[in-house]
Design a protein around this ligand. Structure first.
Ligand SMILES: [Zn+2]
Length: 246
């Protein structure tokens, strides 16, 4: 049995037996883990409020070879995000981010960039009120990019022509970019504004990106692309989007 101590963020938790909880966490050193928190539902649990969704914690757990579930030994709060869960709009975005990370992160495999991206998005949500929509798009683009699933929008996949900042871009059935000349008849289109917003995610932190205002149509255009990419990657529509009627 090995004791591991690492930074982690709680994604969600559910009840187990009479007094325990299973907590799904994204950890810095071990990626996605499912941890049993023994006695977490008792009044005087040593875990206290540390297992609330999206709390950043210093987590210690015991790992057994060939066992997927680990046993939580301690969880100290580094940063509580209680306020985020009590706001309906933010809680909805967090539930979506949690669902997506649980889908995309391979279990027990460290992904430093994904870990940092998620923490930075949650922090930006908490610092900048009303940034739920713009940060949802930022999160989706980076989630896909880190998984190697976001298309390179720099050039047309058919003829190789460079796609510049004033070009409208078509997205073909394979979800790859095409220039105007090579655009198939049924392609969906990304305006040059939407393209530039997507490009800017490369340079900007979530907090900086959250200063952007996305119009209704830019939000929808980018969402059309990210949702098609996500649906293709996980072979279904995200549950949280379906529940929210999106
Ligand atoms: Zn072309």
């Amino acid at each position: 049995m090995r004791l591991v101590t690492t930074d982690a963020i709680v994604l969600r938790s559910y009840n187990l037996a009479e007094s325990d909880r299973i907590v799904l966490c994204l950890t810095r050193s071990s990626g996605l883990i499912r941890a049993v928190a023994k006695g977490a539902r008792r009044m005087k649990s040593r875990f206290g409020a540390a297992l609330e969704p999206f709390t950043v914690i210093k987590l210690s757990f015991h790992e057994k070879e060939n066992r997927e579930l680990v046993t939580m030994s301690s969880a100290e709060i580094v940063k509580s995000h209680f306020d985020l869960n009590s706001n309906f709009e933010t809680a909805e975005v967090l539930a979506y981010m949690g669902e997506m990370v649980a889908e995309f992160a391979p279990p027990h495999e460290a992904d430093e960039l994904l870990f940092r991206m998620l923490i930075a998005c949650v922090e930006a949500l908490s610092q900048r009120k009303g940034s739920e929509r713009v940060l949802t798009r930022y999160f989706e683009i980076w989630l896909l990019r880190l998984a190697g699933l976001f298309p390179d929008l720099g050039a047309c996949t058919k003829c190789g022509a460079e796609l510049g900042p004033s070009d409208r871009t078509a997205v073909d059935a394979e979800l790859q970019p095409r220039c105007n000349k090579c655009s198939p008849a049924n392609a969906s289109l990304l305006s040059s504004e939407a393209m530039n917003i997507i490009r800017s995610t490369h340079q900007l932190s979530p907090l900086k990106f959250a200063e952007n205002h996305l119009s209704e149509s830019q939000y929808a255009e980018i969402g059309d692309l990210t949702h098609r990419l996500i649906t293709r990657a996980i072979d279904r529509r995200p549950r949280t989007l379906v529940a929210a009627g999106r």
